[in-house]
Write a protein that binds this ligand. Structure first.
Ligand SMILES: Nc1ncnc2c1ncn2[C@@H]1O[C@H](COP(=O)(O)OP(=O)(O)OP(=O)(O)O)[C@@H](O)[C@H]1O
Length: 346
């Protein structure tokens, strides 16, 4: 089902606004991610969608219907909270069955139906063998799967997840992310996930809503966010960008202080700030004004930290693919593929 947020604002106890005039629209079947630093309003927005929190003004529509008057339990939403919140005294099976057992008698499935549904769900999340265990007898990743199965038990049309993988190690996180994305497609859900991890957002989302201090700064596909950031905050927050001072003249940004070639831009002439992702700064050996300070290999290739001879600045860059043996002390030059440039407003 589609989800629409229209001009939603929320302020707690006269403090600074947790959300200011946020509007976004999630088409049926899409996976949206709410991304932003701590305190930017992500959880507040998710809780408003779930019906656990209410806006001071604005509207939420689910499947085209204004849900202001609908309590959480009537919204047909699966909610996976940040800390899993599993019942420790119940087995995995009972945890997943809970949402069905507490339904009003009129629409509560029979015991046999509940058993069948829970077994199916546990198989779906690939933990069928753990049904009789208690939450403290399974791993963090398995607990996360239980929390998901429990949220899915009511057959929601919208799935909301609050930092679902934050307690897990990097490898399990990555594995579960891909799996969750597959499940979302398989079940035809509309999903909204909160995270402050940009890699997670970029990998899982159809569209990412970037929040800063309660405001929606940009809502776009991962690719558009990286290639066309709408604001310095987005360019700085995503992609570990270098931020450099520059001057725009004749459609090019010039880096007066640093040995870098000018780069084309649409930014108006004048003082500006350029955001350069490491992958857009390609270092080549064989002389030049930059010196390799550190070289580290990661899954994307050889990452370099470069410095200038007189110490005017440093730059995070990547070695061009053929330069596999870059070592601290080597001299190099840098070619720029692109940069996001914004007028400077000090
Ligand atoms: N119940 C509450 N009472 C008072 N202030 C609140 C309450 N809930 C949230 N806030 C405030 O609203 C703002 C947004 O909080 P929110 O939890 O939505 O941010 P977040 O982006 O999810 O942060 P995090 O990544 O740290 O979870 C913060 O300034 C927070 O202190």
């Amino acid at each position: 089902m589609s989800v629409e947020v229209v001009a939603v604002s929320r302020r707690f106890d006269g403090g600074t606004p947790a959300l200011s005039d946020v509007s976004l629209s999630i088409p049926d079947g899409e996976f949206a991610v709410l991304l932003g630093p701590s305190g930017s309003g992500k959880t507040t927005l998710l809780r408003i969608l779930a019906g656990l929190e209410f806006p001071d003004s604005g509207e939420v529509r689910i499947g085209g219907r204004d849900v202001a008057a609908l309590p959480a339990r009537s919204r047909n939403i699966g909610f996976v909270p940040q800390n899993y919140a599993l019942f420790r005294h119940m087995t995995v099976f009972e945890n997943v069955a809970f949402g069905l057992r507490v339904r009003p008698a009129a629409n509560r499935p029979s015991r046999r139906e509940i058993r069948g549904r829970v077994e199916q769900l546990l198989d779906l999340v690939q933990i069928g063998a753990l049904a009789r265990r208690y939450p403290d007898q399974i791993s963090g990743g398995q607990r996360q799967r239980v929390a998901l199965a429990r949220a899915l038990a009511i057959e929601p049309s919208v799935l909301l997840l609050d930092e679902p993988f934050s307690a897990l190690d990097a490898r399990v996180r990555k594995e579960l992310r891909a799996w969750l994305r597959g499940l979302h497609v398989q079940l035809g859900l509309t999903s909204v996930l909160v995270t402050h991890d940009q890699d997670e957002a970029m990998e899982i989302a159809d569209r990412v809503a970037v929040l800063q201090s309660g405001r929606l700064v940009q809502y776009d596909t991962p690719r558009a966010l990286l290639e066309r950031p709408a604001a310095p905050f987005v360019a700085g927050f995503l992609g570990e960008a270098n931020e450099l001072r520059c001057i725009v003249r004749d459609g090019y940004a010039h880096f007066a202080d640093l040995p870098l070639p000018p780069v084309q831009t649409d930014c108006p002439a004048g003082e500006a700030r350029a955001f350069l992702r490491p992958g857009d700064a390609l270092a080549s050996p064989g002389g030049g004004a930059w010196t390799v300070r550190h070289a580290t290999m990661d899954s994307r290739g050889l990452r370099l930290v470069l410095g200038t001879a007189r110490g005017e600045g440093t730059l995070d860059a990547v070695a061009q693919p053929a330069w596999r043996d870059a070592t601290p002390g080597d001299l190099c030059s840098v070619k720029l593929l692109s940069a996001a440039v914004f007028p400077r407003r000090d």
